[in-house]
Ligand binder design. Structure first.
Ligand code: PDD
Length: 285
């Protein structure tokens, strides 16, 4: 049984209980982060903490722990659960005001802090990275602050279910004819030596993996163009891929039934995945 963290305590997962009035439960009033673990160490931990602060600020929530405390809890959970490869999930909600009310409660209501691990062996050596994933496109009908990493994930769940029903792996979201991002990842296409991905705004989550991958791409003399792209442009691309803390760099080989190039993962994507994993393992904490 896993050991999880709840408001200062390390508990067996069956003993960690949260109130029915918790605003995370009744209002999706909370934020989260997912940090991957490779070789028992945290990948890009600083990036995830920085984004956590940004999400909390956007919702006028105080950060309940210091950077040192967050690191300590992450490390404790990785150690106590003997996670070699996998993820640490963290969530902060606005806590339990004792009743349901739309207005934010007073500052003395303590936030609810939950962390748990998910062991996933073969995360880095994922065989899917060799064959690639297939995606469909679906309308992006989410709210306008997708840059805040909230726990309000119903539409991404629906998107994953639409993909599943269509017999593919995931979905890209489309707004006004342009791809915003994947259901739980950022989306990219490749033309020659050029990587094209939507620019940062409140339309998409500011991926921590995205920031690192674009930095490594530029360092490797690949061209990066941060701009909107259409589904048609994506279908005609040489390569495509997604990035996230759990998928790293994952090739996309089919979009709405149309194979990209020869239907196999492309060389630029493979190289980027390799660089990303190498560099991030070196910097892991
Ligand atoms: N999802 N876009 C969306 C909508 C996401 O949910 C995520 C992450 C990303 C990629 O962000 P990052 O590179 O920082 O992981 C982009 C996480 C992994 C999840 O919900 O499980």
């Amino acid at each position: 049984m896993r050991t999880v963290y709840l408001n200062g305590d390390y508990l067996p997962e069956t003993e960690a209980k949260v109130s029915i009035f918790d605003r995370g439960f009744v209002m999706a009033d909370g934020v989260y982060e997912v940090t991957s673990v490779l070789g028992g160490k945290l990948i890009d931990f600083g990036g995830h903490l920085t984004r956590l602060q940004r999400s909390l600020d956007a919702l006028e929530m105080k950060n309940p722990l210091s950077a040192e405390e967050w690191l300590e809890v992450h490390r404790q959970l990785v150690a106590r659960n003997a996670v070699e490869e996998g993820m640490v999930y963290l969530q902060v909600t606005r806590g339990n005001p004792g009743d349901r009310d739309f207005a934010y409660p007073a500052d003395d209501v303590a936030p609810t802090v939950v962390l748990f691990t998910q062991a996933k062996s073969g995360l880095a050596d994922n065989p899917v990275a060799k064959t690639g994933i297939k995606i469909i496109t679906v309308p992006d009908i989410r709210w306008g602050r997708r840059d805040i990493k909230t726990v309000q994930l119903l539409y991404p769940s629906m998107g994953k279910m639409m993909a599943k029903k269509a017999g593919v792996d995931d979905a890209w979201l489309v707004e006004d004819g342009f791809v915003t991002e994947g259901t739980s990842n950022n989306a990219y296409i490749v033309k020659g030596n050029k990587i094209i991905t939507r620019a940062l705004s409140s339309d998409i989550l500011h991926g921590i993996t995205r920031a690192a991958v674009l930095r490594f791409a530029r360092e490797a003399q690949m061209e990066v163009e941060e701009r909107n792209f259409t589904v048609d442009e994506a279908k005609a691309a040489d390569e495509a891929f997604i990035t996230s803390a759990s998928a790293f760099v994952m090739p996309v080989v089919e979009i709405d039934g149309a194979a990209l190039g020869n239907g196999k993962p492309g060389p630029l994507t493979a190289r980027l995945r390799e660089i990303y994993l190498d560099e991030m393992r070196k910097a892991a904490v």
